[in-house]
Design a protein around this ligand. Structure first.
Ligand code: FRU
Length: 465
């Protein structure tokens, strides 16, 4: 969560001088989207975060209506932020123009916007690219050059990514339209990211107004795998997949850390989704997912929760070889914990868990044998948005392995060693803390381990203890 107010996309995710920095789209004056600032937090282990003062505020002619999403890079020991300046040009919210801008810091704390801004103006947008949707630069270095991938569309409701190149982060030339959706992946692409992983190139995009079988949300974070030719500016796509099969995972951004991990964080929310925390006496909205490590396995992306979270486990409990046919309730519950469960399917037609449960509420995680589908149902999850998401998953040796992170108003489920992940915001009542196991037909819970997860964030001016 932000320290206060509204947050959306993660921005400028980077490890700089040994600490992880995470910036984010932020409206500090209320729990609603408004003129965007960049909030800022730092962490040594990706779990305990300290809030820092707002890094960017919309205070220049070229960003007066918002400092939109962007990214960070270190150059000559300094930290550079590349971001989109958003300016309204008419009376409606759909009349705007967007340019790319740079801010710089000597120590990663106070940022100065450069006098040369904007570094990419609308005159540098190529033909066949929207003159207004031109945002979310992700910067990276390759050889002697810096590159930017920027979200765009072709003016005919097809999302695309533009590639720019620079020798110095200040002077940019357009290279090419790197990739297009070809009608399959939505009307506009936001928040692109490009990196190498496991010998392949991966292009992430947040695609607006998608639909169809593979992607269940109206706006979806998608990973294209293939091969990038930076000199020509061409990305050949072999395959694509959703990054997360749940409800709330958008605008992900990655960074490579000094342990060689490709880490991804996403906004754990969704546009047009109800957020009860706005009005529920809390006055905040928006959260980030747990950071996840991305791995390419047999051509498919897999996700592992960062191992640092394990240091925050408390009060362990464990069960082994429990026969199940019907429903049982665990003696332990809670509202912030990790569960690791291995089900052996037996002859059950469906089995799973009910979390954050009481007499009237529950969040259901279940595996449907016949359909080979894992489902997450939040119809009875409390006062938030409802619905179900399904994800195709095979049993391995007739077993299903789950790793689940529950928090006050979220659940993140890693299925079968992270081949699929499902993330959802849920808003159960304070006393909905029970955990149940259920099965239609006999199955066995081979092992179940549970830990409370106890974390804290450190406010501005608060002492680190
Ligand atoms: C994605 C997005 C970005 C934009 C930002 C504005 O969620 O729409 O394209 O930069 O949010 O807050």
């Amino acid at each position: 969560m932000g320290e206060y107010g509204w947050i959306n996309d993660p921005n400028g995710f980077i490890q700089y001088r040994g600490r992880y920095h995470l910036f984010y789209q932020h409206y500090p004056y209320g729990p609603v989207w408004g003129p965007m600032h960049w909030g800022h937090a730092v962490s040594e282990d990706l779990v305990t975060w300290s809030y820092l003062p707002v890094a960017l505020a919309p205070d220049r002619a070229y960003d007066q209506d918002g400092c939109f999403s962007g990214s960070a890079i270190e150059k000559d020991g300094r930290l550079y932020l590349l971001y989109t300046g958003h300016v309204l040009t008419g009376s409606g919210p759909d009349e705007y123009r967007q340019t790319q801008n740079v801010a710089c810091s000597d120590e990663g704390f106070v940022f100065a916007k450069l006098p040369v801004n904007p570094v990419i103006d609308i005159a540098q947008i190529p033909p066949n690219a929207s003159k207004q949707d031109f945002r979310d630069p992700k910067v990276f270095q390759s050889g002697a050059h810096y590159y930017l991938v920027i979200g765009s569309n072709d003016c005919r409701r097809d999302g695309q990514v533009l590639l720019y190149r620079s020798p110095d982060l200040l002077n940019w030339e357009f290279v090419n339209v790197l990739a297009k959706g070809e009608g399959r992946l939505g009307s506009n692409w936001e928040c692109p990211d490009l990196f190498r992983l496991g010998g392949r190139d991966v292009l992430l995009v947040s695609a607006q107004h998608v639909g169809g079988d593979a992607l269940h949300n109206l706006h979806s974070a998608v990973a294209l795998t293939g091969k990038a030719d930076l000199a020509k500016g061409v990305f050949e796509t072999d395959d694509f997949q959703a990054l997360d099969d749940g409800f709330d995972f958008y605008a992900p951004q990655t960074t490579l850390d000094d342990k060689g991990r490709r880490l991804v964080v996403a906004w754990m929310d969704m546009w047009e989704s109800a957020e009860p925390t706005r009005t529920w006496g809390h006055h905040w909205a928006g959260a980030m997912t747990l950071p996840r490590e991305m791995i390419l396995k047999d051509g498919r992306l897999c996700f592992k929760p960062i191992r640092e979270i394990e240091k925050y486990r408390r009060n362990p409990s464990a069960w082994h070889d429990v026969g199940l046919d019907g429903e049982i309730e665990l003696e332990t519950g809670g509202d912030s914990y990790e569960l690791q469960v291995t089900f052996e399917a037996g002859t059950a037609v469906e089995f799973g868990l009910k979390l954050r449960a009481n007499e009237t509420e529950e969040t259901v995680l279940a595996y449907d044998r016949a359909q080979k589908m894992f489902r997450l149902n939040r119809d009875r999850s409390g006062r938030g948005p409802k619905g179900e998401r399904r994800s195709a998953a095979d049993l391995a040796d007739n077993r299903l392995e789950l790793r689940i992170f529950v928090d006050r108003c979220s659940v993140e489920v890693f299925i079968g060693e992270g081949v699929k992940v499902m993330t959802a915001r849920i808003y159960p009542g304070r006393r909905a803390t029970r955990v149940k196991l259920f099965s239609k037909g006999p199955c066995t819970v081979r092992s179940l381990r549970k830990w409370d997860i106890v974390t804290r964030t450190i406010g501005q001016g608060e002492e680190r203890r």
